[in-house]
Write a protein that binds this ligand. Structure first.
Ligand code: ZN
Length: 425
């Protein structure tokens, strides 16, 4: 599955050895943020959690993913614990779940001294807050990890922490130098918009001139050729732009990427090959000239806008012809029936997002299982609500007409018949 929200940033940061505090709602995909760095870094990822009752399940879940996991807590017999310790020292465990009181025993710390440790993830980190409702005194002593293992990155995670609790976590766990990542999937500073496709290039040009003069941004296209044509078109119209796709020479790709990172106000017209590992905070817009193949992909691509938290636009130009084309790609595409069905469902979800008349962000977040109680006020359907009407009867008439004319005619003819047109045909 694709990474969402801040996940990619947190993973990059931890893997590179940084410390962080991550606030993410339950079910938001917190665990992947320490699982992947644990695998990428040498040694075992140590997950500190007070939830002893859940450890067995957690170990079971990640074992199913193919990881080597174990836990250390008071429910293990001496022999079982000894076995886990032996595996830890042998480098045979990817993830080790451990209760804080167990971790803090001198014996355990001496054990960890001898093991290779990839990182420490401190789950339910709000337990360190003396003002919070879940305060656990042993959590305060976890600051020992900073002193004893200064080279090992630490991630504190929680699903719940107000400003004050956050500050306490940072101080009490000695994470002052770390980064703070807040939120699940919502990126409230990004304004989501879908415009009906008419003359896409002209529409793009107008959008850039009206709203993004001098801004850096990304224009995603489906085809390589189109990225080059679009870049050339923008340059002709006075907007600095370069193309980026997997078919370009490596040196050209690198140069274009570096220009994008270092220059102000450059537009990159790219296929989805562009973006992974690009962390430019002031990307002001992400535009799509073609319909993305999935909501996950779309969300990841638009998520490259506005990482500095300032207002940014996600602008999608969409027409039904895109759907027809993508549908055909799916039908003619490689892969088995399962693969095609999945691709088709992803396309349906994307189509549903484009056609939604309620808040677009609510729809988007719902796709990732996040409930947003109120409309966001910062998407096109919130700002400029579309007119709707009950089209049941009209649709019935249209379908009936298609049936009665023998399912042989195109839309134009059907419309003529329904309107009682005078044409001879
Ligand atoms: Zn909205």
């Amino acid at each position: 599955a694709a990474l969402r929200g801040h996940q990619a940033e947190v993973i990059d940061h931890l893997t590179a050895g940084g410390d962080a505090l991550l606030l993410m709602p339950t079910g938001g995909g917190k665990s992947v943020c320490y699982q992947i760095p644990s695998l990428l870094r040498e040694g075992t990822g140590i997950i500190v959690s007070p939830l002893i009752a859940l450890m067995q399940d957690q170990v079971g879940a990640v074992t199913q993913l193919g990881l080597k996991a174990a836990f250390l807590n008071s429910t293990l017999s001496m022999r079982e614990a000894a076995d886990v310790e032996r595996r830890l020292l042998g480098g045979d465990i990817d993830l080790l779940y451990i209760a804080p009181e167990r971790l803090l025993q001198p014996r355990t710390l001496e054990l960890l001294d001898k093991a290779a440790i990839a990182l420490f993830a401190i789950d339910e980190a709000h337990c360190v807050s003396q003002w919070g409702h879940d305060f656990r005194p042993e959590y305060l002593q976890l600051s020992v990890l900073a002193e004893r293992y200064p080279g090992v990155p630490r991630l504190a995670c929680t699903a719940t922490a107000d400003e004050r609790t956050r500050a306490e976590i940072l101080t009490n766990l000695r994470l002052e130098g770390g980064r703070v990542y807040v939120g699940g999937f919502d990126r409230p500073n990004i304004r989501y918009r879908v415009v009906p496709k008419d003359e896409p290039r002209k529409q793009l040009l107008k959008f850039l001139r009206d709203e993004h003069a001098g801004d850096a941004g990304i224009v995603y296209c489906l085809a390589r050729k189109k990225t080059e044509e679009t870049a050339a078109f923008l340059v002709q119209n006075g907007i600095p732009a370069v193309a980026y796709h997997a078919g370009l020479e490596a040196a050209v790709r690198r140069r274009h990427q570096e220009r994008f990172l270092n220059e102000d106000g450059l537009v990159v017209c790219a296929t989805i090959a562009f973006g992974m590992g690009i962390d430019k905070p002031d990307v002001r817009f992400v535009a799509h000239l073609d319909l993305p193949k999935s909501v996950e992909g779309y969300y990841q691509e638009t998520g490259r806008a506005g990482r500095d938290g300032l207002p940014a636009n996600a602008w999608l130009c969409y027409g039904l012809q895109d759907v027809v084309m993508l549908r055909k790609l799916v039908d003619d595409g490689e892969g088995d029936e399962m693969h095609r069905r999945r691709a088709s469902q992803q396309l349906d979800a994307m189509l549903g997002y484009c056609e939604v008349t309620a808040c677009r962000r609510q729809r988007l977040l719902a796709h990732f299982g996040e409930v947003m109680p109120e409309p966001c006020g910062n998407c096109d359907t919130c700002l400029w609500p579309p007119e709707t009407f009950d089209a049941t009867v009209v649709a019935q008439k249209a379908l009936s007409c298609v049936a009665r004319t023998g399912q042989r005619f195109g839309a134009q003819h059907i419309i003529e018949v329904l309107r009682g047109g005078a044409a001879e045909r």
